[in-house]
Design a protein around this ligand. Structure first.
Ligand code: AHR
Length: 486
């Protein structure tokens, strides 16, 4: 039996809401057919968005959305996505499978989407095939209220006031498809580029430099050594979980063995080590923690669903992904000192998606439900959790996070193992009664389909009892639960 104690923390740490951020790229059916509706769709809002997807995302209250890539960002020229839709140039998306890109979804459509979702905008500037001036102009077009030519152009295109731009990424995966650069070369370029990313309005702009791929600690070391903290408010890291570790045969999203399940979760838990080691390097150069670590791409990456376009990265999403998401969000919370934003890849129809669509049908994935269940953690004050958690085959028997906000305690629990876990939480120091308990559970292969979109969704968790400040529960195998207390 596991026994843990939940107490107020000695030092106040608040979970940044932006750790629950998302990422939408012009890739496969994420934007077109996912967020933006085809002209003949019955789900098309008068402005062009997919109403069902929009409603599901609005419910999630997502804090921030990164756009337009990813790799696509390095081929994207923002001027092609403004003005009368029918006059916008038609291109080929040479980054992701060579479909036509008609630029119907551009800057105005993105910022309007952020308004409809009530979220912050995170733009990724094109360093690969763009210029410093192109980036500077984009920032001006978005943020200026001066009577400049670019501001007048934006007004003529229908937007009177500037938008808020809190986040700007400069270069994406520049060690790979973004330019195959060395860290020193990129660091020097970054110093120049960031200097011309000048917001014209009062919204403080966080400039985010391209960081490491996974465990490339040398990249972080070189960037921190060569770029002063005042030039770089964030340094990113990307980490994808590929179960087999082989990019040519990554593993099936739905059909996997117990061993593959465990290996997937073990690989997800590597995030803990990555964040610890990148943070240690950052601490050497930036002990005041002025530079945030931004995990602006994370999630599972499997073989595409058979019969779908290999470049569109469409994959199913099971309870395995729910556990992966829950454990990863918990890791972010434990690294709140440094990790100020994270962006799941990706929002709709791509990789570890929140939402899948097919024609006019849509479903919310188990991953969506984890983000929904964990909503109370956003901006919550972290509580301490003490006690021994046994680990078997590299998997902890339970992962727990507790936060307090507006007088309520939210405890989220994840059992990543394939057998049930019994535990007792001593919550007497922080709460006296259970308000509600919800659980997302099922076989690790369980997933939603367009015919059964609610096969996996949270239900009331009746297995929770509270007695003398002790919360007892049995967590089924492969489950994610949230208990609200007061
Ligand atoms: O999310 C898919 C791709 O993964 C992104 O475009 C790229 O940045 C990363 O390699």
């Amino acid at each position: 039996m596991i026994r843990l104690q939940v107490t107020p923390a000695a030092e106040e740490k608040i979970v940044p809401a932006a750790q629950y951020g998302h990422f939408a790229e012009h890739l496969g059916r994420c934007i077109y057919d996912g967020i933006w509706a085809e002209d003949d769709s019955t789900k098309r809002s008068p402005e062009g968005y997919r109403t069902d997807v929009l409603e599901a995302l609005q419910k999630l209250q997502i804090p921030v959305l990164r756009w337009p890539g990813g790799c696509f960002a390095d081929a994207y020229h923002w001027r092609e996505g403004i003005g009368a839709p029918e006059s916008r140039p038609v291109r080929v998306n040479t980054v992701w499978g060579w479909p036509l890109e008609n630029n119907r979804f551009g800057t105005h459509e993105f910022f309007r989407l952020c308004e409809l979702l009530g979220c912050d905008a995170y733009l990724a500037a094109n360093m690969g095939s763009g210029t410093v001036q192109e980036m500077a102009d984009w920032v001006e077009y978005v943020t200026s209220d001066y009577d400049t030519t670019l501001t007048c152009e934006r007004r003529a295109n229908g937007r009177e006031h500037s938008w808020k731009l809190p986040y700007l990424g400069i270069g994406n995966e520049v060690w790979g498809g973004g330019g195959f650069m060395s860290p020193d070369h990129y660091a020097d370029l970054y110093r120049n580029w960031q200097n011309f990313a000048k917001p014209y309005n009062q919204t403080p702009l966080m400039k985010i430099a391209c960081g490491a791929s996974g465990e490339d600690y040398n990249w972080t070391e070189r960037m921190m050594a060569r770029v002063e903290p005042w030039m770089m408010q964030g340094l990113s890291v990307h980490y994808y979980v590929v179960p087999s570790g082989n990019w040519d045969a990554k593993g099936d999203a739905v059909r996997f063995t117990d061993e593959e399940y465990k290996e997937t979760i073990r690989k997800a838990l590597v995030m803990e080590e990555l964040l610890t080691k990148h943070s240690e390097i950052m601490d050497k150069y930036d002990p005041k923690k002025q530079v945030a670590l931004i995990v602006d791409e994370w999630g599972s990456w499997y073989d595409v669903t058979p019969g779908t376009n290999g470049a569109y990265l469409y994959q199913q999403n099971t309870m395995r992904d729910a556990v992966l998401a829950a454990c990863t969000l918990h890791i972010f919370h434990r690294h709140t000192d440094r990790v100020k934003m994270a962006n799941l890849a990706q929002t709709v129809n791509v990789l570890q998606a929140l939402i899948l669509t097919e024609g006019d049908r849509m479903l919310c994935t188990p991953t969506y439900h984890v983000f929904d269940l964990f909503r109370p953690h956003k901006d919550g004050v972290l509580l301490d959790i003490a006690g021994e958690i046994p680990v078997a085959e590299g998997l902890p028997a339970v992962s727990v996070i507790a936060t307090k906000k507006d007088g309520e305690i939210c405890i989220s629990l994840c059992n990543p193992a394939l057998q049930e876990t019994e535990l007792t939480l001593d919550v007497g120091a922080v709460a006296g009664e259970v308000l509600s308990a919800r659980i997302l559970a099922g076989d690790c292969h369980a997933h939603n389909t367009f015919d059964a979109p609610d096969a996996v969704c949270p239900v009331e968790y009746s297995g929770v009892t509270m007695e003398n400040g002790l919360l007892h529960m049995t967590l089924p195998a492969c489950a994610v639960a949230v208990v609200a207390l007061r």
